[in-house]
Ligand binder design. Structure first.
Ligand SMILES: Nc1ncnc2c1ncn2[C@@H]1O[C@H](COP(=O)(O)OP(=O)(O)O)[C@@H](O)[C@H]1O
Ligand SMILES: [Mg+2]
Length: 254
């Protein structure tokens, strides 16, 4: 098992799109990945065409009723392994926020359910550093940070890096991370400027592959499909395949 948390405290930067399509790219590379939806908005769950998930059968069942993660895993219509989310997850902060031991619950649950090496687990986070995201960060081996190619998104990276560094200091461990630029528009000079500025800030952590602004990537969730099922020849499919290959090449999923 290697656990990748996809996080950025800014919304709309492509976390869910990246989690869905990187999972799909890895599945096509025979990796048998598992995607975990840890956002009460359940965008990943819905994007993959999973409807009518009940609370007990979602990640809410894991946090509230101690359900095992394996018992919650479903096969989405396109064939991907998914542990879905439900709106009920939004209560986890209020229910367990004062309980210090809750932050390590996902880490323990993953170790118990996925003891085998080599299974990539990708966690889609909500845009807040609450109990759920803290669980995802403490459980992960690496963090993948999607940053959309716009000015405000770039500003958020500094804050995010500071938050991760504070956690690293408190926990005395490191969270190796990669940053991927999403919604790159080759017609806009701003996209290139953002890429260059990120490179100066994070150095080697910046992925060479950028995810281009692509209409098929915007359309595919509405059809409940990942990009490889919906538009296999699109630029979006090409970009996410290249990103998966680049990350695998540097051992990000080992
Ligand atoms: N590369 C892209 N090209 C076009 N639309 C995109 C792209 N990446 C994300 N989107 C769209 O932008 C919106 C926000 O993306 P999403 O992945 O849900 O962000 P987050 O999970 O960070 O909130 C969604 O409607 C999604 O379909
Ligand atoms: Mg999302």
């Amino acid at each position: 098992m290697s656990v990748i948390t996809v996080f950025n405290q800014k919304g709309g930067v492509g976390k869910t799109t990246t989690c869905v399509n990187l999972t799909a790219a890895l599945a096509r590379m025979q990796q048998k990945p598992v995607a975990i939806d840890l956002d009460a908005q359940a965008h990943l769950t819905l994007s993959l065409g999973m409807r009518g998930v009940i609370s007990d059968e979602s990640m809410a069942g894991f946090f509230k009723d101690d359900r095992s993660l394996t018992s919650l895993m479903r096969i989405a219509p396109g064939g991907l392994q998914v542990i879905p989310a439900h709106l009920e997850l939004s209560k986890v902060d209020a229910l367990f926020g004062n309980n210090k031991s809750i932050a390590g619950k996902l880490r323990g649950g993953l170790r118990a359910s996925f003891p085998l090496n080599g299974v990539p687990i990708l966690i889609d986070c909500c845009p807040m550093m609450g109990v759920l995201t803290l669980n995802a960060v403490l459980a992960c081996d690496r963090v993948l940070i999607p940053v959309s190619a716009d000015y405000l998104s770039l500003q958020g990276v500094h804050r995010l890096d500071a938050a991760l560094q504070a956690l690293e200091k408190a926990l005395k461990r490191s969270f190796p991370r990669k940053v991927v630029v999403t919604r790159f528009d080759s017609r806009r000079r701003l996209s290139y400027e953002i890429y260059d500025k990120l490179g100066q800030h994070v150095g080697d952590a910046l992925c060479r592959t950028c995810i281009t602004e692509n209409v098929s990537l915007a359309e595919s969730p509405g059809h409940g499909m990942d990009i490889f099922s919906y538009a296999p020849r699109s630029q979006g499919a090409k970009d996410y395949r290249l990103l998966a290959e680049e990350l695998q090449g540097v051992g990000f999923f080992d």
